[in-house]
Write a protein that binds this ligand. Structure first.
Ligand SMILES: [Fe+2]
Length: 301
């Protein structure tokens, strides 16, 4: 099979497997490797979701699509995106070969880099994501990074993660207890990130809109999140979010609402204060599990 036919399909891309095997996390986007089927998948995803964005996405996202010149025609080149993005917020999309351990991920945000998946989901299963893909990362996340306040939220979040690492590594005494606290801190941060950056809702003018990228990149869940009576939607509360477990394998039954991105920024400040006060050291058990690699990334920070 010619290389071009193999393509860059999620979980089926030899280029990505090779990069992972050789320990390369940060890569270039090998644009010529996208197959015609990959390009067709992007077109179909974009065309189908566009009317839903118009109804359910927040206005900053819609503006972001425009200023980044994101189009349905084909998979975007990260260099082109970055050309438009950098002057707006200093952010850039940085291609990665796959999973980035938690601390490194958050630390990239602090430095205004967004680790970006370059593979695209299988065209046979458009609404199923075994892992993030370029449609989730570039069409779901990156338009939000054009907004100055939202991008500052991500940077601030990266600072909280750095503070968590410094705190854990600077404590004297019982090491086992420090690891337990760090694990609880990471769980709290992951929950906060999930219920805001990935699945957040925002109050806007006449109603609610989505700003979370998990919603913005899902053909089915975007509309469901805002119209289904099965979804509970509540004003965000710190004590609830950090103690609330979540599962990734089905539509979210519970979502939280912010009033504005300034409000969200204030919440990240509050998250840091809670961390300093030790209020994230004993969050409720349950999902998400903190894996060994995530823990290690914080301990080695
Ligand atoms: Fe995401």
């Amino acid at each position: 099979m010619a290389t071009a036919d193999v393509g860059l399909t999620t979980t089926k891309a030899p280029f990505i497997e090779q990069a992972q095997q050789s320990g390369q996390t940060y890569i270039e986007q090998p644009y010529e490797l996208y197959s015609e089927e990959n390009q067709e998948t992007w077109r179909r995803l974009y065309e189908r979701i566009l009317p839903k964005w118009r109804k359910f996405a927040n206005s900053r996202f819609m503006h972001g699509l425009e200023v980044l010149h994101l189009k349905p025609d084909g998979i975007p080149r990260l260099d082109d995106i970055n050309h438009f993005l950098a002057p707006l917020s200093g952010f850039k999309a940085k291609a990665v070969s796959g999973y980035v351990p938690a601390y490194l991920f958050f630390d990239c945000l602090r430095q205004r880099s967004f680790p970006t998946t370059i593979t695209i989901r299988d065209g046979q299963t458009l609404d199923y994501l075994p892992e993030p893909d370029i449609f989730h990362d570039v069409a779901g996340h990156v338009p939000m990074h054009t907004d100055r306040v939202f991008s500052d939220v991500l940077v601030r979040f990266g600072e909280v993660a750095r503070f968590a690492a410094e705190r854990a590594n600077g404590l004297a005494g019982d090491e086992k207890e420090h690891v337990r606290c760090l694990e609880s801190n990471i769980k709290a941060m992951a929950r906060f990130f999930w219920f805001t950056v990935e699945f957040g809702l925002i109050r806007e003018g006449d109603g609610l809109r989505a700003y979370g990228s998990g919603l913005l990149s899902s053909l089915g869940e975007l509309e469901h999140s805002l119209t289904s009576p099965a979804v509970q939607r509540y004003p965000i509360q710190m004590e609830w979010v950090i103690n609330q477990y979540f599962e990734i394998d089905h539509y979210q039954p519970l979502l939280f609402i912010v009033d504005s991105f300034d409000h969200l920024f204030g919440l990240v400040d509050e998250l840091e204060q809670w961390l300093k006060d030790g209020k994230l050291d004993n969050v409720s058990p349950g999902e998400p599990a903190v894996n060994a690699e995530d823990l290690k990334s914080f301990m080695e920070a």
